[in-house]
Design a protein around this ligand. Structure first.
Ligand code: ZN
Length: 465
């Protein structure tokens, strides 16, 4: 497979450096608020990355950090709450949201606050090697003048030169832009009212960048295969991670840096002040299935800017509904075999499966993979069985849960409460197992709720009485 590597500015062939396991680090959420749909676009692309790597025959060992101490969280603490009173509920909501989007859980999701010892050890090492120094107030800074390769990822050459005179200056903020190339903070001395941990330099807390270097090395070793994130992390975050890690270990930090482009709303940057800031929950409140948002994201290549509009989401929702209906129809005609979603990966891929993997292996071309799926589903010469098999393959590759969710087609379920649909499904299973007594008991319950259930040759229909 080929991936576009920000380090080289080229598409390159990707293979894990050691054997079959691809070691991936993806920067995770800062848990002070709900993640927005732009964040989720990034997590969806990273999910496609790990799915593709697995379909290509490798395993994944992915780490995604949870940033649970950082400037924005400290700011939110001004409301009088304790650190974990802010972070834990939002961490929980984040995992709920990625589950709804059918994003696979990374193998490890470590929290920054549980790795203070590793962060201190790394900071000490950087001081010892002369790459970092302690300031008057007990904060520790990374000296970018000492790390000659600084700026390689973000191609800062000219900017760096221009700001050479300012290089001895320091920046304390976790986030800043290219006009502020300065020594960045590794350890922040405690300020009144802030949470803190003991350190050789006095009480304080870690800066944002250091946690990723510390946790990446701990779980994945000195050199990882892929570091992924959104494009706005290239500078300063990933640039600083490289500096910290490579200065400490003397080894390359990551072989590939993969970055996903921004999501715009009505062609503008999403901002709370502009009133165009949406969380996944905002979409759900308007009645959208999170998987329709996932479908929408897959329609745009991850390295292109994606413009979110409600009408685009409507179109994606319709397309997903159509695929589910086609899947349901094929399920009905495919009476010869029952293919379970958990079917092991077949060694002999069909032509369509090969085409889909080929598209994804070409720098995660999801629009092309969707096109392969659609053209196969429209192909009259392809049997229902083959179509169902391809849908199952697509579900592993694209994570749209088509096979599973196409059950919804049974009857006019759009108008039927979810609870009733669940009962009807349960009854259907009982009937298939010839357990008619238990099935009939459920029928009576459904009728008591004012609905009628009619059995059809394949499935059933529910009608309001
Ligand atoms: Zn990071």
């Amino acid at each position: 497979m080929k991936l576009y590597n920000t380090l080289t500015g080229k598409k390159q062939i990707f293979k894990p450096q050691n054997g079959r396991v691809a070691k991936i680090y993806a920067c995770g959420p800062t848990v002070y608020n709900f993640s927005h749909i732009g964040n989720f676009r990034t997590y969806i692309f990273e999910d496609i990355l790990r799915r593709t790597i697995k379909l290509a025959g490798y395993q994944t060992l992915q780490v995604m950090n949870i940033t649970d101490v950082e400037d924005k969280i400290i700011k939110a603490m001004k409301s009088g709450k304790k650190l974990e009173e802010i972070t834990l509920p939002f961490e929980k909501r984040f995992f709920e949201d990625i589950t709804k989007l059918n994003i696979e859980m990374p193998e490890k999701t470590p929290r920054a606050t549980e790795h203070i010892a590793e962060i201190i050890a790394l900071t000490r090492k950087l001081i010892k090697k002369g790459f970092a120094y302690v300031a008057e107030d007990g904060s520790v800074y990374f000296s970018i003048a000492k790390f000659k390769r600084y700026g390689r990822l973000a191609r800062l050459g000219a900017v760096k030169q221009k700001s050479a005179d300012r290089m001895a200056a320091r920046i304390e903020a976790d986030e800043y832009d290219k006009n502020e190339i300065k020594d960045f903070v590794l350890w922040k001395a405690k300020k009144p009212g802030e949470p803190s941990w003991d350190s050789p330099w006095g009480p304080g807390r870690p800066g944002w960048h250091i946690e990723c270097s510390a946790m990446s090395t701990k779980y994945l070793g000195n050199t990882i295969d892929i570091h992924a994130g959104a494009v706005d992390l290239v500078f300063p975050h990933h640039e600083n991670e490289i500096a910290q890690s490579e200065a400490a270990t003397g080894k390359p930090f990551a072989r590939f840096f993969i970055h996903g482009e921004h999501l715009l709303v009505n062609n503008a940057k999403m901002a709370k002040s502009a009133g165009n800031f949406y969380t996944l929950r905002d979409l759900e409140k308007k009645g959208y299935d999170p998987l329709a948002f996932r479908y929408l994201c897959l329609q745009t290549h991850y390295r292109s800017k994606m413009n979110f509009t409600w009408s685009a989401l409507d179109t994606a929702k319709k397309a997903l509904t159509n695929i589910r209906e086609v899947c349901a129809l094929n399920k009905e005609s495919d009476t010869t075999s029952k293919i379970k979603a958990s079917k092991p990966i077949s060694q002999n891929k069909t032509k369509e499966e090969k085409e889909m993997l080929l598209a994804l292996s070409d720098d995660l071309n999801t629009p092309q993979a969707l096109a392969v799926l659609w053209s196969a589903l429209k192909n009259k010469n392809l049997s229902a069985k083959d179509k169902i098999a391809l849908i199952n393959y697509a579900d592993r590759a694209l994570g749209l849960k088509i096979y599973e969710t196409s059950l919804i087609k049974k009857a006019i379920l759009k108008t039927i409460p979810a609870e009733l649909a669940k009962m009807a499904d349960k009854r259907e299973k009982l009937r298939q197992n010839n357990n008619y007594v238990a099935a009939d008991a459920i029928r009576k319950k459904i009728e008591a709720k004012g609905y009628e259930i009619n059995d059809k040759p394949k499935g059933y229909q529910i009608i309001k009485k």
